[in-house]
Structure formats: structure tokens, C-alpha cells
Design a binder for this molecule. Structure first.
Ligand code: MN
Length: 488
């Protein structure tokens, strides 16, 4: 993962004289260093901005530096906002306005007008906020004391969402074959996706992958199988199938890395020259942070790579998922999610098992090896990016994952069981009303707030189905989105 950092730009003005400005400068440096200790990415103090030129210069540098993933601003003193117009108008990096102040308390005895002039963030941050609103500039506002855990945690979450922006803007998706025939929701406008989200989505021949597979050596396969053995339990005698998956993984990885692609798709309808649909191969690639989408679904593939990158240590518990079937027993209403093979082991509650089973769907000549496991219990989200024709919606639903309530001994794939919010039936009604896909990214790590931040920064529409959502309210929200879009 690229080493990203964030820049701290502190607002002031020349009116206060050098002594005050030296204090602001020293405190800003101290705050950035202290906050960096609790944040997932370094916060680097750049400048106490006192003029249009200083702000414009730091913005130009931030736009240009690829390791700068975002800018965090704060006004220690009052900082007249007209001098921020040129800089903020041209800022191309994610922006967070941290509304805080250096001191936690108002010092009863010491407070005088000098103190008031030095510590007037309450005043300065309002002027700063007005300009953000006036420019209609997408930004995150986080308010609170800079040493508080809750503030640092929200700032850290925003940083990770901003990393998602950087990853999105450099996303390249390798497609082996086209989308599954006749399917609508996995389609989309790749040109619009590149304009809006920065994704380069292109196709490579399955035949080229087969050629690459034929170049893989037995030594390479031995090394990867040893890795499988170290990470997973081998629950099959069919070692040939495991070796075949290793060969597929090595070849796919070589092609992805050669083209700098962080995500890929394939489809069971186009496996010409391959004996097995990549199962274990795709799953182990996902575990390494690559995005994946089945049936040619490049949108879910790119999104899964982005959510992984937004997660803990740049590769969190997020992966490709598909709503499969329901348990509709009263009081035990759950969705069962899985895929024909390709569920990411970052979702697993226990050590996954490698199994081989017959796969009737597609062109498999031989039984594919795959990882089988149960998903973790806990709060999570599912996210679906859909193309609504000229515009994209990111639909996110809060879910509560549970330990699967049935052992399902004959189910030959990894599975996750959950309750959608607000309840299964209402949640399904809302999801279907909004047009959410059967393919999603399920994440235990990335929150709906982070995805809302990401969508705002990418300038796409965001729909959130929560414990409080009703179909009526959602319908009105979607209607308003349509009206706003038509007016634009
Ligand atoms: Mn599918």
C-alpha cells in the first residue's frame, strides 16, 4: 500500500502580529504531531495560512503531491475567508474541516482580551465554514476537542474514506470475459465510471490467462500451496484441484500486477481452456486486497477493492457477497449470503477449510477447490453501486451478522448469515425499491458514515437504509434525488 499522509493547514491572519502567529505555528505543529499518534495516517502540519498566496501555494502542492490524500483545515484565530477562495476553489483533494480549539477549558482567572484574540476558533471556524458552504465544496465537518478519542476516531475514519478516494482515482479493473449474458444490474457505463470515479475498466482475453497459466512452474505452485497449507485446513484429498487453483492464482496475479490492476472479474460462462472456475484462487487473491466481482460485475469488483483499502491497515474485513436465500421463520428472519465459490476469507469467523466439490454451473471440467467457512457475527454493512443512467447511486444497508443458525453440512461454499435493517421484510422492500443489486460488498470494517463521506467526495448519490428507515420515507428520498438530478 502506498504511503499516504494528510496535510494540516491552519488559518490565521497577519493582523495579530508575529508573537501570536509564532504561538499558533508552534501549537499547530504540536497538535499535528500529537494527533498523528492516534490517527491511522500521519497528519503533517504545513502552514499557518495568513494570505491568499500562502493558501493557493499549499493547495497547488497538495493537488500535485500523489502521497497527499487529503487536507484538514482549522482556524486557530479568525482567518478572513476571501483569502481562501482561490485555494479552496481549486482544491482537488478531499477536505475535512476540523472545528476544534487548542485549549479545552476557558481559564477563569487568566481570560482577558489577549486570550480571546488568540483562541477564537469558535469565531474563525464559522467564517471558514461559510466559505465551504458558499463554494458548495464537498467537505466533512468534524467538531470537538482534538484530544478526545471520539474526535480522533471520526477523523481517522474520514482519513480512511479519503484513502478510498485516492484508491478509486487510480483503480484499474481487469475483466476476463464480459458480463454474464442478459444480466442488467451488473452492467454500467464504464466511461461515466472513469469520469466520475476514476476507474479504468478494460478487458483481457481468457485465452491470454490460459497462456499465462501454462507458463507457471511447479516450483511456483509448490510455494503457493505451502502458503495455503499455512493459512487454511486442507479438507480434501484432491490435491490436483488445489494445485490447479494455485496455477490460476499465480497467473491472474502476474497479469494484474503487470497492468497495475487492483481488481478483476471473470464469469463462469467464459472459462474457455480452463478446467475450473477460479475459487480458492480468487479467494486467496481477495485476502491479499484485490477486488473481485463474479459474472463480470466490475462495479462490485472495484468497490470491494476500495472498501478493503479503506479498512484496517489498508486491507480490512470486506468482500464480495451475494444475497442468496432467506430463512423466513417468525422471529428468526435472516438472509443467507454466499457465492458459487468466491467469498473473501477476511469475512471468516474461523480458519477456512479447503474443499473440492462438483460445480454444476458453468464450464467446469473438474471439481474446483474453494475455501469454506462461516462469516463472523457482528455489526456490518452491505453496499451496492448501481448505474441509474448517467448517474450512480451507492446504496448502503446496515446489517447485523449472526453465527449461521444452521450447520448446513451439505452447503459446499462459504456463507454469511445476517439480519438486514430495519427488519428482514422491510429491509428487503427498501433495498428492492432503491434498486440495490444482488451483488454487494459486505464489510465488518467500513461504516456507512465512511461510505457517505466517500460518496460525497466522489460526487455521487448516497442512499442509506438504517434501523429507522421506512419504505415511505425512502420513497420520498428517492423522489427528491430524481428531482434534484433533473434540475441540475
Ligand atoms: Mn453472482
Amino acid at each position: 500500500m502506498k504511503q499516504y499522509s494528510f496535510w494540516f493547514v491552519v488559518g490565521s491572519q497577519k493582523l495579530y502580529g508575529p508573537e501570536v502567529l509564532e504561538t499558533v505555528d508552534a501549537r499547530a505543529k504540536e497538535m499535528a504531531e500529537e494527533m498523528s499518534k492516534a490517527l491511522p495516517y500521519p497528519l503533517i502540519y504545513k502552514v499557518t495560512a495568513k494570505s491568499n498566496a500562502e493558501i493557493y501555494d499549499v493547495v497547488r502542492e497538495a493537488n500535485y503531491q500523489t502521497d497527499c490524500a487529503g487536507v484538514i483545515t482549522w482556524c486557530h484565530t479568525f482567518s478572513p475567508s476571501k483569502m481562501w477562495i482561490d485555494g479552496l476553489r481549486d482544491l482537488q483533494k478531499p477536505w475535512c474541516h476540523l472545528a476544534t480549539q487548542y485549549n479545552r477549558e476557558i481559564p477563569n482567572d487568566e481570560i482577558d482580551m489577549d486570550f480571546m484574540n488568540l483562541n477564537q476558533a469558535a469565531h474563525g471556524d464559522r467564517e471558514h465554514g461559510f466559505l465551504g458552504a458558499r463554494l458548495r465544496k464537498p467537505r466533512k465537518v468534524i467538531a470537538g476537542y482534538w484530544q478526545d478519542e471520539a474526535v480522533l476516531s471520526r477523523l481517522g475514519d474520514w482519513m480512511k474514506a479519503a484513502i478510498g478516494v485516492a484508491v478509486s482515482k487510480s483503480m484499474k479493473v481487469m475483466r476476463f470475459g464480459d458480463n454474464m449474458r442478459e444480466v442488467a444490474v451488473t452492467e454500467g457505463d464504464k466511461v461515466e465510471a472513469q469520469i466520475k470515479l476514476g476507474w479504468q475498466v478494460n478487458t483481457w482475453a481468457v485465452g491470454d490467462l490460459v497462456k499465462e497459466m501454462n507458463q507457471v512452474t511447479e516450483t511456483e505452485i509448490d510455494a503457493l500451496v505451502a502458503e495455503y497449507e499455512a493459512s487454511y485446513d486442507i479438507a480434501t484429498d484432491n490435491l490436483a484441484a488445489i494445485r490447479y487453483q494455485a496455477k490460476e492464482e499465480i497467473a491472474i496475479k502476474k497479469m494484474l500486477d503487470r497492468e497495475d490492476c487492483k481488481a478483476f472479474t471473470n464469469t463462469f460462462q467464459d472459462l474457455y481452456g480452463m478446467e475450473q472456475l477460479p475459487g480458492l484462487a480468487s479467494q486467496h487473491l481477495m485476502a491479499q486486497g484485490y477486488g473481485y466481482g463474479g459474472e463480470g460485475d466490475w462495479k462490485v469488483s472495484a468497490m470491494s477493492a476500495i472498501l478493503k483499502a479503506m479498512g484496517e491497515n489498508g486491507n480490512g474485513a470486506s468482500g464480495f457477497m451475494e444475497d442468496y436465500t432467506y430463512h423466513l421463520v417468525k422471529g428468526q428472519e435472516y438472509s443467507l449470503g454466499a457465492h458459487m465459490l468466491e467469498v473473501c476469507p477476511s469475512l471468516a469467523s474461523d480458519k477456512p477449510r479447503i474443499e473440492t466439490h462438483h460445480l454444476g454451473i458453468g464450464m467446469n471440467e473438474k471439481d474446483p477447490a474453494r475455501l469454506v467457512f462461516e462469516g463472523k457475527a457482528g455489526k456490518a454493512i452491505v453496499a451496492s453501486l448501481i448505474d441509474m443512467g448517467g448517474r450512480m447511486w451507492l446504496i448502503v444497508q446496515d446489517i447485523e451478522a449472526v453465527k449461521p443458525i444452521l450447520p448446513m453440512p451439505n452447503l459446499p461454499v462459504a456463507r454469511v448469515m445476517w439480519r438486514a435493517m430495519p427488519d428482514l421484510a422491510t429491509g428487503v422492500e427498501c433495498w428492492i425499491a432503491a434498486g440495490g443489486a444482488h451483488h454487494t460488498v459486505l464489510s465488518y470494517d467500513v461504516t456507512a458514515e465512511q461510505l457517505c463521506d466517500w460518496a460525497r467526495m466522489m460526487d455521487i448519490e448516497f442512499v442509506h437504509i438504517t434501523k429507522d428507515t421506512t419504505p415511505e420515507v425512502l420513497e420520498n428520498e428517492l423522489l427528491i434525488k430524481d428531482l434534484v438530478w433533473k434540475l441540475k
